[in-house]
Design a protein around this ligand. Sequence first.
Ligand code: SF4
Length: 753
Amino acid sequence: MSYSVAVRALCEFSAKVGDLDLRFTPSPTAQEGIEGHRRVVARRAAGYEAEIALEGEYASLKVRGRADGYDPVCNRLEEIKTYRGDLARQPHNHRQLHWAQAKVYAWLMCQARQLPAIDVALVYLDVDSDAQTLISEPCQADELQAFFESQCQRFLVWAQHQQQRLAERDRDLQVLGFPHAQFRQGQRQLAETLYKAVSTGRCLMAQASTGIGKTLGTLFPLLKAMVPQQLDKVFFLTAKTPGRALALDALRQITDATAQPALRTLELIARDKACEHPDKACHGESCPLAQGFYDRLPAAREAAARVPVLDRTHLREVALAHQVCPYYLGQEMARWVDVLVADYNYYFDAHALLFSLSQANQWRVAVLVDEAHNLVDRGRGMYTASLDQGQLQALRQSKPQGLTSALDRLNRQWNALYKTQHAPYQASEQLPTAFVGALQQCIGLIQERLNQSPAEVDPQVLQFFYQALQFSRVAELFDEHFLFDISLREGPRKRRLATLCLRNVTPARLLAPRMQAARSVTLFSATLSPRHFYSDLLGMPADTAWLEVAAPFRAEQLEVRIASQVSTRYRERQASLAPIVELIAAQYQRMPGNYLAFFSSFEYLQQVAGLLAQRHAEIAQWVQAPGMDETARQAFLDRFVANGQGVGFAVLGGAFGEGVDLPGTRLIGAFVATLGLPQVNPINEQFKQRLGRQFGAGFDYAYLYPGVRKVIQAAGRVIRGDQDRGVLVLIDERFAEARVQQMFPSWWQTAGN
Ligand code: SF4
């Protein structure tokens, strides 16, 4: 059996040596790269061949790829690279990698066309100045063949191990049994529907409540589909860390059932969480784990490849044992494992590692999106950028060398944007092109400074640079799905300052290609209703399947009461305090135990908690505070002991509104004193208008659906298993409205108060 590898992947494996060097040289964007290639090709004479598909073999290795260009008149094979900055500062090992790619293509070309010799050229295009640098070397076919074979030889041993492991993995997966004696109620239906979706190449949206074992119910069918559907990778993507831990647990259960599991799983974590030297920079002169990284990588890679579930702890252990950076070892291992457990942004953001690796290696992937209701806000956030004028002013005052006039020009453009603005907030549908032009000029100048003397660039300049770059990248994507808005505030000496934001409203256009690129994407959550809201905003393909798994709970497990005599609207808030306190106290006296009480804001929560303490000091209470760290959050949850008594006060949509598991008597009831609607403010009003124009239901899309979803999520904390019993008190007159009740889980039976 042969092992197929792309030229690029082969060279990245075998030709990288020396230090990891990520000294900041912002590379051209993918789009700039594609256009740069086009420009180079367009300048070549007639008869020039571009994108030539080539392949060759060495032992059981099949090497394939597309050479950038071949000039038959000069007999020259060209490898085109786009760049920014000073080519002379390009690290030696980057250049070496480019030569390796060019030479491998050159050999494949000699072999395909029976050429005894060929010129091999690297063509570097500066995307800013459009200048081209061509470095060429005449080569004999036999030299190139020897080079090709040496690269293949280095890869072959690893490839053979991979191949053997994949064969064992496939054997394991074919006989893989479900790790429990039986499926839970609803779990089999979810697993079967997902299996069918991936088998027919469709996406799936699955709404399924807690308690049916969604993590195992989605991972298991994908693993079973891996062999018949020839999937290269499964991505399990989560919005938050606890979701990753559940997925890793499920994968451990699956691999533990096998004596010597061949399946490989990797957890990817953010750079700031994985970094061992946060005070250093990612290059060999600064960080010891970057120095000689590629020289020690082969041994580290081999050790890492032996670990079935390479979670954060195991990855760190292997990395430190081999003195390489754990974060970048993780990025390398992403190529060699079967299941990746990572945050959403690894697949969905503009520079997503897993998406670009999938594209570059033509992987066939299946994607699971856990708690997928979060993808709307997370997706918007990935394509939103803002800039604060206060930061620019501070930078101007520091008078950075060579930048002052460009920053002054930028400031003038900035001021011109709000010269006639009187309201504190103003939104527009137009991109401020003159401003973006001035910003790009600043980016270019800082870039030049970075190229010349990176160590001398002030951290303040660098921070501004990153933000400016992000802003200009979002500006490139700006269209009718974005807003440009200006928020004014008063700065020092009563001067007005403006924050500019390019705000994504509907991420569908940007996410849709990610959905289409996979063999299948499954979105799953307890709250994916209404279906059209999520499919419209997330860009799901038209043939996406839908599944609603019946909850495994019975109506009698949860007493749902609607206290419609109370209004929690802002203007009636004061009047609502005493009735809410009495509702809580009455319920508590009727059935003492642990309760969660949710409110729309910290202020509201504190008012009710204060009054409850005054009037019913006998009821123990603990209160969520703004910005709690992980320890404080855990301490809050630890108060919910089995058979305990008291009320925990929390903010709806905050840290305790979802993803919190308090089974049995740890939690016997919840009060929700808000409909959860996002605050009415100018930004949300803009969203309402825009979404109304796009989907004809602005209020529902901007306020109602996201609001009620939070209520259902919070309420979902009460019943966690089929033995749980509890009460839910929904406090607001609007909970009695039919359009709100339509969104409630179908197993709830509501009663008035
Ligand atoms: S340990 Fe930190 S500084 Fe060093 S290479 Fe890794 S991420 Fe960069």
